[in-house]
Design a protein around this ligand. Structure first.
Ligand code: ZN
Length: 317
């Protein structure tokens, strides 16, 4: 059994122990997975194989994510890399995953208002547009030092929305935005966003590579933002979340009708309405073959407590 299948089965087991909705999600994932495993029983070309079409399912997710990547690529296709920057902004930390919805909603509004306020000083801000995806990290406060001193300081400085009776884990929503800023220097973008979302290293602005086309670069950002690895990278190495975190996270995602839409945003230039709707997950096609995930990294020199928490297989130590 491959590592990714073992991880999926343990997620399914955990979901099936949960609430009615969670166990329903677990049941769908299991059915989809069992059919994939028995693929040899379905004669080639007969089609009609049932798919759960859930973004939680590692197999079905690829088709959904690829739609978002293509939409990002087509959005950037007429742009120049020199007018584009990747902007990452940390929203807050919270012990209630359900509060992330409001944080995302507030951020969307704040971002629009930030541009609108700037337009009064410099009309070029009216042409600023953006497109991107929210991602949620999960971390125990005790583990923050593992991410390195800079991350730890950012994490400590970040606004906390803490209930006290919520989860042990802190959820850390952030957004990866591709910002199109024709006529504006990337430094100006950076300074304005750093002023608006103040805090140690809360805003990171990276210019697009000059070598790649805007389409390639933007597609890379979308793929990176939607990676959904549900793991933490410490010291350059990846550890999957404990299965309880994954179950809570995916159950939360699954509550949303178009799951990835709740974690996406786009902002057109002022005066331009619309934009292609890519949010529907109803009508999509499945690529014929998906590769299995291959993101096995080694893990070194962690304390036993951390190793236990992340259930790091001994083979990696
Ligand atoms: Zn599926």
């Amino acid at each position: 059994m491959r590592g990714s299948d073992a991880a999926l089965l343990s997620l399914i087991d955990e979901l099936e122990k949960g609430s009615f909705d969670q166990s329903e999600l677990g049941r769908r994932l299991r059915q989809c997975r069992d059919q994939r495993q028995n693929v040899g029983n379905f004669p080639v070309g007969t089609g009609g194989r049932w798919r759960c079409r859930s973004v939680v399912c590692p197999s079905c997710r690829r088709a959904i994510v690829s739609r978002y990547i293509r939409a990002m690529e087509s959005w950037a296709s007429e742009m120049q890399s020199s007018d584009l920057s990747l902007v990452t902004i940390m929203l807050a930390k919270t012990d209630r995953l359900t509060w992330v919805n409001e944080m995302v909603e507030k951020f969307r509004k704040d971002f629009r208002n930030c541009r609108a306020a700037r337009v009064k000083q410099n009309p070029r801000w009216a042409s600023v547009s953006a497109r991107g995806h929210f991602e949620v990290d999960a971390v125990l406060a005790d583990d923050a030092p593992l991410f390195g001193p800079q991350w730890r300081e950012m994490f400590c400085d970040l606004a906390a929305v803490i209930d006290g009776s919520g989860d042990d884990v802190l959820w850390v929503p952030h957004v990866h935005l591709v910002v199109h800023h024709p006529g504006l220097d990337w430094q100006e973008i950076r300074d304005v966003f750093r002023e608006r979302w103040a805090g140690f290293r809360r805003v990171d602005v990276t210019r697009f590579h000059k070598e790649g086309t805007a389409t390639e670069n933007a597609g890379d950002v979308a793929g990176y933002s939607l990676k959904s690895h549900a793991g933490n990278r410490f010291l350059g190495l990846t550890a999957p979340w404990p299965v309880e975190w994954s179950a809570a996270y995916w159950a939360w995602i699954w509550e949303h009708k178009a799951a990835l839409r709740c974690l996406s945003m786009s902002m057109n230039p002022m005066g331009v309405r619309g934009g292609k709707d890519v949010d529907s997950e109803e009508d999509w096609t499945i690529d014929d073959e998906f590769d299995e995930d291959e993101d096995e990294d080694g893990i070194l020199f962690w304390s036993n407590a951390v190793l236990d928490r992340y259930q790091v297989p001994p083979v990696f130590i």
